[in-house]
Design a protein. Sequence first.
Length: 297
Amino acid sequence: MNAQDSAPQLLMSPPDFFEVAYTINPWMNPEQWSLDAKRLRRDAAWAWSTLRSTYESLGARVIVKPAAKGWPDLVFTANCAVVLDGKAILARYLNEERAGEEEHGHRMFDQLKARGEIDAIFRTPDGVYFEGAGDAIFDAGRRLMWMGFGQRSSRCAHHTVEQVFDIRTVSLELVSPRYYHLDTAFCLLSGGDIVYHPAAFTDEGRELIQALAGDKLIEAPAEDAENLGVNSVCIGRDVVLCHCSPALRAQLEGRGYRVHVVPLGSFNRSGGAAYCLTLRLDNLFKGRAPAGQRLAA
């Protein structure tokens, strides 16, 4: 991955073994999944391929992380790490149902490091849970990392993020199990605009978001939040999302964004959508160190 390459570098993992096999958030219902599992798996394969094709049509380069049997949520690559300036902080999952993904994530990032896609790998201390870019959203314009805590990630995970990336963090408590990661209720757009769902946050959190976002804040209609439309990906002026009400579309287009809707119903049943299925590898804050100065971690 070259820093001068403007094409977004995205990590995705195919849904070869994806299913709703357990319940770790309110979206998940294994019994309902089992009633129509064959169709839902087929729909997941089509939706994932369509999402990947959409990214590639927008100029992104997609790197594929192999699926692994027995780990159905491996498809949600946003949770496996957060990457900035070529440094990756790997996930430490709260739920035992996902803890086994850590080994696969570490193996994949070792391979990325060997290929020069990233430079160094870090982890939070034992007992400090951290679920990657799902709870750590880089804001280049404001020069900070927005961080979610209270459902999956530990509040003190911000210490590792600050130390590794040398960046200011803003911690936001998530109060609803339905919005268990920051990315389910908070989306940063390229122009500095922020789409968010107020009910996911405390009064203090809402006030903080409002103070930092100012007139760049877009309140997502309940319809969009309840269909995981906030869990979206912005590439330049293009926004890729699984649901977009007329009201949200009008706000986005009114600010100069182009809207691309990719239905992701099977993944919604697990509480995930476009952002969950995608990990950005090439975000830059202070830049990657010259090759000769990179230290192993």
